[in-house]
Ligand binder design. Structure first.
Ligand code: ME8
Length: 512
């Protein structure tokens, strides 16, 4: 039987700069979910890529003294290579400058134009080149700046093509009322309903083009060669191109399961423009839009390249290990809310969870197995056994429930609570005393702990793919694909190795 499909996407990132920790977070979220779903035997398609057209890129290329495509290629390569070095398990990397994408954009535009949902008109407003859109007065800061880029928008007047957004807004509102799960967490769902009402009140449609005499760097409109596509109409369609639209494969299989992951900065285009575009193109809506908050720098502002407060992912991974970075990002941010990044928080979190709690547990248990070498028991008869089985039932429920809503911090907390419990049991049962007394319960006790460690590592695989794999290969007879629900599911290696690497090196960042 064909397994159920799962489609997950990152935003396609602008190529005006190199990736920073904010991009890395979203990409890690998608990677973790992709790995989790594969481990649950789902057929996964994970798409990421780069957004390469528009004013912002053209201006950065000019500043760098390069032609647009060369400039875009340099940074697209930086994104791709960063994700490859961080072992991001994407299935495809899409660039909006590719021919396959141009075809999709033109096909969809032509279809919507022929239906009469695209028309030519004049527009005057305040344009933010950073956001690539006109801002409303209400959105500006008290100083009149763009809230994200902290610069005043530029007054602009031009003739452009418009998409009949107003026609679809009431339909979208109805759709959202029927399906509140479409946008998650709920705060962003409610924000979207408010923004739709606001747009309906304003009565404006969506500008979808730029005159070529002002901007050449874009996909030409199929029905007017004097214009190129405005960046959102180009960018959002990548989610269709990536899975082969309009071809028969694999688009129909994956599209109904589409999960878009974004930060709140691009909520409006994804929660409003995109579903309206899909309705106009007579395509079903995506399954879910998952919206996270911002990583804030030490200055408490959104991490961004332009503010110079963003951490660089590869050097961070080198400093704290790739898995350390993955764990920190997913454990520290509560998906949906903002999180602050600092060396202190980083050091505290990783030392506490990975070095002290889990690292210590692994070290203690494997050392005792080696030192006391108790005979391997046939049955795990010990009062601890049923307690752990009970724990596993609770973990199974809570972990998967948390994962379904991208509440990674809760899923991880669930696993870490098992590690804490096991550390406590070592204090309770004092295996060193059992060894002195030649107590027959030592074997079952240590083997129960070892199997429990394996369970923990399997549940951590989507989050710590490298370390989990390394240790599971040392401990397991053969790779276990699914999530275990009982210690009976674990088949340990005949010979547990006598030496093993450090699970996680304690960090001391303040002094480094
Ligand atoms: O908006 N905290 O690209 P972009 C958390 N090309 N996430 C952050 C972040 C931060 N401080 N900074 C960036 C674009 N991100 C468009 C998208 S999609 C069809 C087109 C992440 O390079 C987060 O995922 O500005 C955010 O939504 C995205 O990078 C914006 O990337």
């Amino acid at each position: 039987m064909a397994s159920e499909s799962f489609y997950i996407t990152t935003p396609i990132y602008y190529v005006n700069a190199k990736p920073h920790l904010g991009h890395t977070y979203t990409t890690m979220v998608c990677d973790t979910m992709a790995r989790y779903m594969r481990q649950r035997n789902r057929e996964v398609f994970f798409l990421t890529g780069t957004d390469e057209h528009g004013d912002k890129i053209a201006r950065s290329a000019e500043k760098a003294g390069l032609d647009y495509y060369t400039f875009a290629t340099q940074n697209a390569t930086a994104f791709r290579e960063t994700w490859e070095k961080l072992h991001i398990s994407f299935n495809d990397f899409i660039r909006t400058t590719e021919e396959r994408h141009k075809k999709v954009v033109q096909t969809v535009l032509q279809k919507i134009y022929e239906k009469g949902d695209i028309y030519l008109s004049d527009y005057e407003g305040k344009y933010c080149f950073g956001c690539e859109r006109y801002l409303t007065e209400k959105e500006l800061t008290p100083e009149g700046n763009c809230p994200d880029h902290q610069v005043p928008p530029t007054p602009l007047k031009e003739t452009n093509y418009f998409f009949k957004l107003q026609k679809y807004l009431p339909l979208l509102r109805k759709e959202l009322e029927k399906n509140p799960e479409l946008i998650f967490p709920n705060g962003y769902y409610r924000e979207t309903l408010g923004a739709i009402d606001e747009l309906i009140k304003l009565g404006e449609d969506l500008s979808i083009s730029r005159p070529k005499k002002r901007l050449k760097w874009g996909i030409e409109l199929p029905f007017d060669s004097d214009f190129v596509t405005y960046v959102w109409f180009d960018a959002l369609l990548n989610y269709l191109t990536g899975i082969g639209y309009p071809k028969e494969d694999p688009f129909p299989r994956f599209w109904p399961q589409a999960h878009h992951v974004i930060a709140k900065d691009i909520l409006k285009p994804h929660a409003i423009y995109w579903p309206c575009m899909l309705m106009a193109a007579e395509l079903p809506l995506y399954k879910r839009l998952m919206v996270h908050g911002y990583w804030l720098g030490m200055d408490d502002l959104k991490m961004s390249k332009s503010l110079g407060n963003a951490a660089e992912p590869l050097s961070l991974a080198e400093k704290i290990s790739e898995d350390g970075m993955r764990y920190f990002l997913l454990r520290e941010m509560h998906f949906g809310q903002d999180a602050r990044f600092s060396d202190n928080i980083l050091e505290m979190r990783l030392n506490q969870d990975l070095a002290n709690n889990l690292g210590n547990l692994i070290q203690r248990v494997l050392s005792m197995l080696k030192k006391y070498a108790p005979p391997r028991p046939n049955v795990l008869e010990h009062p601890l056994f049923s307690k752990i089985e009970g724990f596993l039932q609770q973990i199974k429920d809570n972990y998967h429930k948390a994962m379904a809503d991208f509440q990674f911090h809760e899923a991880l907390e669930e696993i870490m609570s098992l590690a804490r419990f096991l550390n406590q049991q070592i204090e309770v049962y004092r295996p060193w005393d059992l060894a002195k007394k030649n107590d027959a319960s030592l074997g079952p006790f240590l083997y129960i702990l070892t199997k429990s460690i394996v369970v923990i590592l399997i549940y951590l695989e989507p989050f710590l793919p490298n370390k989990s794999k390394e240790f599971l290969e040392l401990l397991l007879e053969k790779k276990q694909r699914n999530f275990p629900e009982s210690l009976h599911d674990i088949e340990l290696k005949e010979k547990i190795p006598k030496s093993w690497p450090v699970f996680f090196n304690r960090l001391s960042l303040a002094s480094s």
